[in-house]
Design a protein around this ligand. Structure first.
Ligand SMILES: [Zn+2]
Length: 107
């Protein structure tokens, strides 16, 4: 069972939808923007990379929802605070594990 209730899950799912739509619009806009001033869209462009990454994260979050793993920290298995998920709907780690993960990333 999930620590999130059905209403919270539904709301988070809507947030995911909104985030996906806005990310897709941003990606499209800036591909158009690029087509305007150069020949082809460059997928290695930093913004495109970020948008693709975001879309992957959204897809992964949906997958976790489908498997009822959403909102569970992938590292320690603890439930992630609803407030944290609301602020960062694709979060897959609790705050403590995220901090550890990011510190490890720097090194
Ligand atoms: Zn954790």
């Amino acid at each position: 069972m999930n620590h999130l209730n059905a209403q919270q899950l539904r709301y988070l799912q809507e947030l995911l939808d909104v985030q996906e739509t806005s990310t897709r619009i941003r990606a499209r806009l800036h591909i158009l923007e690029q087509a305007d001033d150069c020949d082809v869209a460059d997928v290695s462009d930093a913004r495109t990379v970020m948008e693709l990454h975001e879309l992957n994260e959204i897809e992964a979050a949906r997958q976790r929802m489908a498997e009822e793993q959403y909102g569970i920290c992938v590292d320690c298995g603890c439930p992630i605070d609803y407030a944290r998920l609301e602020a960062n709907v694709t979060a897959k780690r609790c705050l403590e594990c995220q901090n550890v993960y990011e510190e490890g990333d720097v090194a």
